[in-house]
Design a protein around this ligand. Sequence first.
Ligand code: DQA
Length: 147
Amino acid sequence: MFSLLVLNGPNLNLLGTREPEVYGYETLDDIVTHLSKVAEEVGSTITHRQSNHEGELIDAIHAARGVHDGIIINPGAFTHYCYALRDAITAVNLPTIEVHLSNVHAREAFRHHSVIAPVALGQITGLGSSGYEWALRALVRHLQKKR
Ligand code: DQA
């Protein structure tokens, strides 16, 4: 049984109505509900947190130490420039998978670079909401191998 922290960054609270042609019609609640079911299926639990504030995401990552086994994070636009978020992930040393709903590499140039990816276990981008599910399954598989 693994405990996973799922973090969503700025503007992701607006999923469902925010540029649905880019991010889809599912709400964050829809995604988290589905993810909880998948977690249960693989014998794990998730704790979800969304914040539009850099410091709150950093605090949540710090608080994950000794509580959660791994992190799934969609850092939103923080992906592209937030070194403090990257440092927090490095500091807690928990396996972390970065998720993006859209294919960031097929979009504006500023989205092509992630400051998070080098400290993440891996990155899933462009698979829509199912990216969160693949991240969860991959993270659990990774944690099982480490046992
Ligand atoms: C995003 C991609 C980011 O570039 C963007 O700023 C977001 C969402 C995605 O899930 O596709 O807010 O992380």
